[in-house]
Design a protein around this ligand. Structure first.
Ligand code: FES
Ligand SMILES: [Fe+2]
Length: 343
């Protein structure tokens, strides 16, 4: 029985998630002078670019609660669609048409701002002062790696359920039998989890073998089908992961990165990009993206069927030594939610 306030469940609307950065939109999808509505942690926000200033406010006009995202940018102001009140890029009320020019404006009318930045070609929001940094990706600016984005994908599951799956490698021979998993060893050997200096992330290195169906030299007999692979998982709270795959037989590097947007209780949007050195042409990049989507579809069959859109954090769950990294994920998230880890 719980005797303190330690949270026992992690969902897409857990309050502690407000103290972190979350992706909410591809940067390219936020046009100048066109307000855009996004949902995060069950709350609506309006994004704008006003005079090259990126802004994020709770999508609610203080006058009569209209959606500011249905308004427009007028000059350097965001204009509400209902009565035309205008707000500056800082969120201050600047003009009330019904009162005429130069009128004294009503008090307590500033918009509620959120912290907003752009990183990794995405717009990120932190509803409250963030305690964690956005994941650091050493591969991002590596010129030998091509950025192969998958289309943003909305799934019917919690972000924590997706990350729990992303970090897990005991499921490969079962869930991924139709793609890369059929030749994999079911037995997970010992591995360790290294917490990073910030305490908000960890790294796992793991070596195993796979059937490399993407290697064209397998068909010619120059390479064996079953090849060694090293996996390096990097996790940063709350919901960013980088799985760097190295195949020594082919020299392939593929860092698969997913950033999750907890949209509302039932819904998560995935922003996934592969940073890889084996896709010099558009055709190869498209084929790699299609293959990754097939793998993702296998995962989603399981993830979207999980119960309750929640990852439990209380004691008493069943874990094995193979689950060491997903247990560490739970410990870190319990801390983010304001509790003391008891897992
Ligand atoms: S509701 Fe926004 S101006 Fe009236
Ligand atoms: Fe998987």
């Amino acid at each position: 029985m719980t005797t303190d306030n330690t949270p026992t469940a992690l969902t897409n609307t857990s309050l502690g998630l407000r103290r972190a950065w979350h992706p909410v939109l591809r940067s390219a999808d936020l046009l100048h002078n066109a307000p855009q509505r996004v949902m995060l942690l069950g709350e609506p926000y309006v994004l704008t670019r006003i005079n090259n200033t990126l802004t994020a406010f709770v999508d609610k006009c203080p006058h009569r609660n209209a959606r500011l995202s249905d308004g427009c940018v007028v000059g350097e102001h965001l204009q509400c669609p209902y009565h035309g009140w205008e707000y500056t890029a800082q969120g201050d009320l600047a003009h009330v048409p019904a009162l005429g020019a130069g009128a004294t404006l009503p008090p307590n009318t500033a918009l509620s701002p959120a912290r907003v930045i752009e990183k990794y070609d995405l717009v990120w929001i932190a509803p409250e002062e963030p305690v964690t940094d956005i994941i650091a990706l050493t591969e991002w600016s590596d010129p030998s790696l091509r950025h192969v984005w998958l289309p943003p994908l909305t799934i019917n599951a919690a972000a924590a359920q997706f990350i729990d799956n992303f970090l897990d490698f005991g499921h490969f021979p079962f869930v991924h039998a139709g793609t890369f998993g059929s030749g994999e060893d079911e037995n997970i050997h010992e591995y360790s989890v290294e917490r990073d200096d910030s305490g908000w992330g960890f790294v796992v290195n793991y070596e195993h073998t796979i059937e490399n169906n993407e290697d064209p030299l397998v068909a010619t007999g120059e390479h064996p089908l079953v090849q060694p692979r090293t996996m390096r998982y990097e996790f940063t709270a709350p919901f960013s992961c980088n799985l760097r795959l190295n195949l020594p037989t082919t020299g392939m590097v593929n860092a698969i990165v997913t950033f999750c947007q907890p949209v509302d209780h039932n819904t998560t949007c995935l922003y996934s990009v592969m940073l890889r050195n084996d896709c010099p042409t558009d055709e190869l990049a498209q084929a790699a993206a299609a293959y990754e989507m097939d793998i993702l579809a296998e995962d989603l069959k399981i993830i979207e069927g999980l119960y309750d859109k929640v990852v439990p954090l209380e004691r008493g769950q069943v874990h094995t030594r193979a689950d060491r990294n997903t247990v560490e994920f739970r410990r870190i998230m319990q801390r983010l939610l304001g509790g003391t880890s008891r897992i």
